[in-house]
Design a binder for this molecule. Sequence first.
Ligand SMILES: *Cc1c(COP(=O)(O)O)cnc(C)c1O
Length: 371
Amino acid sequence: MHIPFVDLRAQFENHKDEITSAITSVIEQTAFIRGPYVKKFEEEFARVYGSKHCIGVANGTDALFIVMKMLGIGPGDEVITTAHSWISTSETISQTGATPIFVEVDDYYTIDTSLIEKHITSRTKAILPVHLYGQMAEVDIIKSICDRYGLFLIEDCAQAHFSEYKGKRAGRWGIASTFSFFPGKNLGAYGDAGCIITDHDELALKCRMFANHGSLVKHQHQIEGINSRLDGLQAAILSVKLKYIIEWTKLRNEKAKIYNKLLMGSPSIQTPIVRKNSVHSFHLYVIQLKNRDLVKDLLLKEGIETYIHYPTPLPLLPAYNRLKLNKNNYIKSLTNSKQILSLPLYPEISNDQINYVVDTLKLHENSYKSF
Ligand SMILES: *Cc1c(COP(=O)(O)O)cnc(C)c1O
């Protein structure tokens, strides 16, 4: 049996007519850049999130950069973020000219809120938590810290479409939030895409301008900007997919439960723990086990694709050698990075496929029993 890590083809087959007709409409109307499909998706996304504004941009990385830049974050400033994420989170802080300040993670792979305050200095401008794997950070606590110190709260929701904590969705807690629609994300385009949501009128206007060469009206450049737009084809595809995202999130949770049940009682495998009062969106189903690399190879030999998100904590990447960070402050992230393994999980995965993954894992239990 071959089990791909994600199966975007299966998703397409289930909605083929709708998606191809959306693509055809965009081409027939040559609505490639800006235009009605982008406007429609932005309005739909803002509506389902109950946010005042949604600004489509070229990708989730740009979304982060644009928000921080338009909040005035720049050289001399510091932004506090998690030690464990995809590099977009921290590289965009550096792109503004500011310095990323990395904080160790808690038991849920999200920023350890008990360690945040000791990292705040007079240069701190914002806190940027990441709701990793679909699990939200303790964003209520982060918000209260931000309020107390007068810092911006920006949520990186690239992996947390429709996740919730204490009855409120990821993306609704801070001044602005960013989403990625990279194909493999829970809501994925057929290429790069992303967006920003915010209730702040002035910030929304600035972000929209900056993302479009500093102009709202053609040739009237109020400022210098960049070229980072959501394109019409991606927007039309996203509008179709948006209709199914709640259903897909439910399915992801159901499939995760099946994994949990089958892996329960296996002393050598640690299954993901879900935070109380939260709705996980299971962008990734991440287990921990010893001899991870060996197991990964064994699974691949049996046709099962797995990934590691991520093999090196951000502060320990060569890209941050210049910051001369102390490894000992990131022991937990480092230990995690050696033991984590993301198993195939998507709405279309069958119970037989899940059974096969678990059976194969158990078949090789002797090679990682030492947990
Ligand atoms: C995917 C991702 C991004 C960046 O999104 P792109 O659309 O790929 O640029 C940012 N942060 C996190 C946590 C991500 O997983």
